[in-house]
Design a protein around this ligand. Sequence first.
Ligand SMILES: [Zn+2]
Length: 264
Amino acid sequence: MKTWIPDSRSFAYLTWKQVDALPRESTLLVLPTAAVEQHGHHLPLATDTLINNLLLGKALEIIPADLPIYALPPVCYGKSNEHIGFPGTLSVTAQTFLAVVHDLGASIAASGFKKLVLFNTHGGNTSLVDVLARDLRAEFGLRTFTLFGSGGVPFEGISPQERTYGFHAGEIETAYLLHATPELVHPEAYTTNYIARIDHPEPLKPEGSSANFAWLTRDIAPSGVMGDPTPATAANGERWTNESAARIAELLIAMYNFVPRHGA
Ligand SMILES: [Zn+2]
């Protein structure tokens, strides 16, 4: 897999003696979690993994070199059963995903490290990552943090419809890859599909509401796209990459410095 992680920030490039020399209390390890799954007719299966690596790599580039913050090799396979039925989707069950990340947490704790970030860029993993963060804290005493997607940048210029229902292979993901791996994007094959419209309020939503329906992509999006990739530009992709990286760097530094505040 193509990588933007600087060699000096790649945990797996160290020897065990170099790992042994790291400050155990303060070193912050970042575990990327993503997916290998269909992304419409125009984006590669690895889209979520590439975006994760791109944003984390660019963030690590701008973090001061003396802070011991390292990227672990990614968990590329995620819970992607919403995309089953599309050739190429490689999904693991919730149980498998929970078990793998749990076991990595056990190994990290056994190596004496105290701080772990779960950096997730695939929506299907989100609720599992939340469960894992609490469980790793409770079971191994790891100070565990979660970090999602772009770290909360505003994506200026996105339409309200795309902002709300551009779930998958839409403008943002397409723009990131038009910037980072244009050779892997197929603009001639763009398709547009929205799973719901903001101007047609309906009582049940696909996500994020107080009453939702469980969806499978094949039921609602024949091309696999949920969103509109057509307005995506490489220029926006570059701007959003830089903004996301800056935000992620800031959040990683906050995690590195984090001391829990007790009630006053
Ligand atoms: Zn994606």
